[in-house]
Every structure is written in structure tokens, then in C-alpha cells.
Design a protein around this ligand. Sequence first.
Ligand code: SAJ
Length: 406
Amino acid sequence: MNQVCVLGLGYIGLPTALMLAACGNRVTGVDIDANLLAQLRQGNVTFEEDGLQELYAKAIHNISFESIVPQAPMYIVAVPTPYNKTTKKIDVKYVLSAIDNVLDVCDDGAIIVIESTVSPGTTDKFIRPFIQNHVRGGNVHLVHAPERIIPGKMIKELRENSRTIGADSTEVAEAVRDMYMTFCVGDIVLTSIRTAEMTKVVENTYRDINIAFANELAKICRQDNMDVYEIIKISNMHPRVDILQPGPGVGGHCISVDPWFLVGDYPSLSLLIHEARKINDSMPGFVLQRIQDIKKENSLPQDATVGFYGITYKEDVDDTRESPTMQLYDQMQLHLGGGNAVFFDPMCQGKVLDGQVESFEEFLEKSDLVVIMVGHGHIRENVEKLGSKIVLDTRNICALPGCYKL
Ligand code: SAJ
């Protein structure tokens, strides 16, 4: 039985730890958050994800949740890697602190797998020098095996997606591959650490640029009243065209962050990437402009109440990080000119915004104009309740007559 310690039990670490345990590995899940550990020990998973609670039930006999890092032959680091919003450079403090805790206890020859997304070159620039200065005798092997799972389909993608394992030697790469093969049926590619770092960032940047193209098309089509959704649908019938969907912006902690690593490190070489980021970041402002136009067209008073449906970064997840609605909220005072706003999100735990209401009925009652920011299953099922409202649908989920689109 493999023994593995997973450090960081967040959006990636928790499903990974549970999957490993459910597939016969002996797992210790470590986190610094005492509340999170208490919740997990009581049998509750800590965020909404299809199939996660069921996976927990299958895993529980092989996993313990601890605050202290144990001795183990293999460690997986899945802690956050934020970036500095001004310099666009990565902040590796959580990764280094996790590694520091491992170095306190690990044996000679232990393997440390970094799953957190890092900017290309982070291992050489920050992690290796850190280990050289902090190692307490013996040797550790570094591996970069970036995660690829998408919130909403995490469990399926953990099993089925192909993976990249970057290591310094084939022997170490194969040991890590064998561990992932206990649950992953996708292809597992072995490569260098530097290539693994770069491919992860490239994958998310590709998606960001594709979405930016869709968003730019939406703006062009709005200018001359063309239907961007129909145009994308028809274009995508070409066998070599695959355009994503426009929307109110790009959120989450991956696609809206990772391209900045390339812009931050290669500013004069990443012009397309930078422009795509700017286009996606302009979308919340574009939505606010659409609201102004629609208010005028319908002779709504300046202080009419705009109801924003959806606060999370995408449909059917509870994660609000960098979400388009949060971005829009920050710009709202400038654009809404003192108008009123209410917010509602059935997936959102607790109050995260001023003006947030708790019931859909109250939200509808207060809103003169409803803006669909997120296409949760809930609104798809209740779309007819918007029948008497003026609606701006930024996700193209509503077929009500007269409904405005991006
Ligand atoms: N979005 C659009 N139009 C689209 C698709 C998405 O506007 O056609 C928006 C979403 O609404 C959301 C944002 O983009 O605000 C990002 O959502 P997403 O579903 O595209 O991606 P994430 O951030 O949930 O997950 C991505 C995935 N990466 C790729 O598909 C290349 C996932 O596989 C990665 O594991 C994840 O980033 C990560 O952790 O890096």
C-alpha cells in the first residue's frame, strides 16, 4: 500500500487526497486551517462538488486529517499560489512553507510532488535554492505534476484526464506515475520539470485567449446588432474551428491568473496574451455599460434597482474568487451612477457582498432589471419566473422574448 501525504486540503488537495485514499493508498491530509480539519473529521466535505461527499465515504477508512506533517515517502503539495496584482509575479510563500514542514520530518530520498500551478521556472528560481538552504541532511526529489481538473467535473476528470509529470530522473517520474495510476486511467506523460510548469500555464492561457476572442466578437456583434451566439455556433461547425462562449468576464483562480505569469516574466514577448487578459478584464465594465443602455431604452429611472443573479465565478460551483460579479461590484459605483443594486446566488455560502439578499423571491421583488451573471442550474430551472422582468442575460441561457443579450 502506497503511503502519501497531501498538503493543502482546498479545491485540489481535498479531492486528490480522497481519490488516493478511495483507491487503496494510505493518505494523511494536512492543512493549517483548524476549522477545515474539524469539519472533515466530522464527516463533512468543505465545498460543493458533484460526487465529493460520496468519494469521502469511500475514502474515510484510508485517510486521516492532521495539522502536522508526518514522515512519508511521498508528499503532494496542493497549496495556493497567489500572484502579486501589481508586479504580476507569483508569490510562492505557501509552497515554500509547506516544503519547509516536509523537510523537518522526511527521510532521505523522499519525493515532493508540487501540484499547485506555478509560473514557469519557479522550481529552479525559488524551490531548489530554498531546499538547498533548508535541507536537514539527506536528499529529496522534486516533481511537478500540475493538476488539470475542472470545478464541476472534478471527480470524473481526476480519473480520466491525462496528466503531466515533470521530474529530474525517469526513476522518480515512474514512481510518481505509479502512484497516480492507482486512480488515473488517462495517459501519463513523463517530461522535465520546466516543461511541466510551462505546459500548465500554456493550457490555461490558451483557454483565456479563446474566451477573449469570443468576448471581442460579442462586442463587434453588439455594435451592428448581429447574433454572436449563432455566429459562433455556425463557425464551430467548421471541422477546425472551436470558439468558446462570450460572457461577463473570466473568473476563478486559474484562467484569470496564470496568463499573468507569462506577462509578468516576458512583458515584451506576451503581447497577445496581455491583450486577451485586458479584453476579458474589460467584460464586467461592458456589462455595466449594457445596463446603462438598457435602462435608457426602457426609460428606467437612474436609481432603478439592478438585480445581479450569480456571484460565483461560474455555474454550479460555490467559489467566488476573482468572479466577474466581484470584479463588476468593484467598478459598480463608478458606472451605475449611484443606482441601486441587489445580488443573489443560491450557491454562495454566507454574505460576501453588500446588497446581497438570501431568497430568490426577495431578489425578484426588489429588481427592476435582472442581470444573469452566472448560469446556475437553479436559474435554468426557474427562468420562467423572470417573465415579467427586463432581463440582461450575459450567459445566453434564457429564451424569454425580449431578453437582452451581451
Ligand atoms: N468562461 C467563459 N466562456 C467559456 C468558458 C469559460 O466566459 O466558454 C469563463 C467561466 O465562466 C469562468 C472562467 O471562464 O468565469 C473560467 O472557467 P473555466 O470553466 O473555463 O475554467 P476553470 O478556471 O474552472 O478551470 C480551468 C481549467 N483549465 C482549462 O480548461 C485549460 C481546468 O482544467 C484547470 O484545472 C483549472 O483551470 C486550473 O486549476 O488551472
